[in-house]
Design a binder for this molecule. Structure first.
Ligand SMILES: *[C@@H]1O[C@H](CO)[C@@H](O)[C@H](O)[C@H]1NC(C)=O
Ligand SMILES: *[C@@H]1O[C@H](CO)[C@@H](O)[C@H](O)[C@H]1NC(C)=O
Ligand SMILES: *[C@@H]1O[C@H](CO)[C@@H](O)[C@H](O)[C@H]1NC(C)=O
Ligand SMILES: *[C@@H]1O[C@H](CO)[C@@H](O)[C@H](O)[C@H]1NC(C)=O
Ligand SMILES: *[C@@H]1O[C@H](CO)[C@@H](O)[C@H](O)[C@H]1NC(C)=O
Ligand SMILES: [Ca+2]
Length: 507
């Protein structure tokens, strides 16, 4: 609701971009950082916002598995078909043809039979079979296409895709996957198509990809393009509209940004309601391919991103530096660092770093090299913007000519609140609960967005925990149920949490 008010800016960008239809081929015009311009007064550089092209990020990924010894084959073991428990095979880590190490999730596919990683079988049933597959880049990445995971066996009955924005220090859910969302996570099943511009940041549970072994498809998606389409149109022909929106809405930018991804496998495909304890060799995880496409996040200050010592680094321009071009070079700190901007579309504003006054010769030389501020790709800082005293960091505009909002605030003057926040006397404060994002669980009801009133048997901020004191056996019973009794705290902090990484903040 709050976002929607703010997203009305979207309408503006639709207009802008319809004027510049001839620019709208593919992904926009951010593939150069500067061009030389000739005028009567001579030639000079015209600086523009720029970004690297999207690439196959699996070429640069590192992976870790938890538990580390969860891969099958050491010692060798037998696994059997879901449909036919008597059709069995060996997994043996010591024999190449029978080994299924994690690398096989990232090798080139397209051959038959496909190569795949495989876990041990569910010998410990009814203890849950839990596996975390963590993908990390040690680099901030902006996702540009769907994440696609191809399972070799059935798709898991329960899975959570998580993301981190701070190199694995904190994790937030990205999407829940279950055969029964309500039962597993206490969430209404949804698909991305149920979302809209206003709810695009909602974290959903989907049943679309969890129909066990019998379903034809082995593929599971995290839908990036469907989410882009809410802004850029069904065939993404209007990227300018998306870019304009990304520029003005930090939460939206952060939503598509990751440093790490984690696939939490919580219950393998069982193919039927009951697990057959006589044939536990039928239950395991196997993944043949993971696809992640994205671009290096370089804060619109680079078109190149190269690999150096197995690490991705932006090739920063505009006299910026750092892995994400997140600061000004030494001797170029004449004004505070600022991310480039897609605005004004189509070429954006470069917001280049300027020489520190002490590091250059005489000021006249400075004037001669850089004739005026607009040719430097710097937006005009001298506006009077009337930023909200409570919602804005300063009462003045920043170098980009916009009010810099505090956490939870939005709008041109930072006087509106994002979804999940409410305006209290001192600005926007995070809702403890509401009817859309932070939902009271287990029958709890939300009071004034500040607390959940829980039924007697539950407690916790969102009534997500059993009250063990009142029901001494309740907790132990529920933990014995195994895989499906996960703590299902669906706090949607990911969308609204501060990054806590000043170097990577856009503003
Ligand atoms: C997997 O990751 C989650 C948090 O993202 C953590 O709570 C859990 O202990 C990890 N390990 C396993 C085996 O699930
Ligand atoms: C991650 O990148 C930073 C610099 O970008 C580097 O200093 C650090 O060593 C890297 N860490 C790993 C584990 O590669
Ligand atoms: C950055 O500084 C170098 C000199 O150190 C200069 O040649 C170059 O043009 C500058 N680039 C920008 C974008 O200002
Ligand atoms: C600044 O430079 C740009 C590009 O050369 C030019 O179009 C504009 O008229 C100049 N503005 C001023 C105030 O000189
Ligand atoms: C800011 O507020 C003043 C006084 O209320 C008004 O005159 C001015 O036009 C406003 N400026 C903007 C950019 O809204
Ligand atoms: Ca493979």
């Amino acid at each position: 609701m709050y976002l929607s008010r703010f997203l009305s800016l979207h309408a503006l960008w639709v207009t802008v971009s319809s004027v510049i239809q001839h620019y709208t081929s593919a992904w926009g015009h951010y593939d150069v950082c500067k061009t030389q311009i000739y005028t009567d007064e001579g030639k000079f550089w015209d600086y523009t916002a720029c970004q690297p092209e999207a690439i196959d990020m699996m070429k640069y990924v590192k992976v870790s598995l938890d538990p580390p010894d969860i891969t099958c084959g050491n010692p060798p073991e037998t696994f059997c078909g879901m449909g036919n428990p008597y059709m069995c095979n060996e997994c043996d880590a010591a024999i190449d043809e029978l080994a299924h190490p994690p690398e096989l999730m990232f090798d080139a596919e397209g051959r038959y039979p496909s190569t795949y990683w495989q876990s041990t079988t569910w010998k410990g049933y009814p203890q849950p079979l839990l596996v975390n597959i963590t993908l990390y880049w040690n680099k901030t990445i902006e996702l540009t296409d769907n994440i696609v995971i191809t399972f070799e066996s059935g798709r898991p009955d329960l899975m959570i895709l998580e993301k981190s924005l701070d190199y694995g220090r904190t994790w937030q859910p990205y999407q829940y996957y279950a055969t029964d969302c309500l039962n597993a996570f206490n969430m209404e099943p949804k698909t991305v198509r149920d979302l809209s511009q206003q709810t695009v940041l909602e974290i959903i549970c989907t049943e679309e990809y969890s129909m066990g072994y019998m379903a034809n498809s082995k593929i599971l998606h995290f839908e990036i393009k469907d989410r882009f389409a809410f802004f850029a149109g069904p065939r993404l022909h209007n990227m300018a509209s998306l870019y304009g929106q990304l520029d003005t809405t930090k939460n939206l930018r952060d939503f598509f940004t990751v440093t790490d991804l984690r696939i939490r496998l919580l219950r393998p495909a069982t193919g039927e309601i009951y697990v057959d304890p006589q044939h536990l060799t039928r239950y395991f995880y196997a993944i043949s391919d993971i696809k992640v496409i994205g671009r290096c996040k370089c804060n619109l200050h680079a078109t190149g991103c190269r690999e150096e010592n197995k690490k991705l680094l932006c090739e920063c321009e505009h006299n910026t530096t750092g892995p994400d071009c997140g600061k000004c070079k030494k001797n170029y700190q004449g004004r505070p660092w600022s991310a480039g901007s897609y605005l004004p579309i189509p070429k954006g504003t470069a917001n280049i770093c300027m020489p520190s006054i002490s590091s250059i010769g005489t000021p006249p030389k400075f004037d001669r090299i850089w004739p005026n501020i607009s040719s430097l790709g710097v937006s005009n800082p001298n506006q009077e913007c009337n930023c909200s005293r409570f919602g804005s960091v300063h009462d003045r505009c920043n170098e980009r000519g916009i009010c810099e909002c505090k956490q939870g605030a939005t709008g041109p003057k930072c006087d509106k609140c994002l979804r999940g926040y409410n305006w209290h006397n001192q600005g926007c404060q995070s809702n403890v609960c509401d009817n859309e994002l932070q939902i009271c669980q287990n029958g709890g009801t939300c009071h004034n967005n500040v607390r959940c009133q829980c039924p007697a048997a539950y407690t916790g901020v969102l009534c997500e925990k059993r009250s063990c004191e009142m029901d001494p056996d309740g907790c132990s019973q529920s933990s014995a149920q195994g895989a499906i009794s996960l703590p299902c705290v669906i706090l949607l902090l990911p969308l609204i949490a501060p990054l806590g990484l000043s170097g990577f903040l856009i503003f």
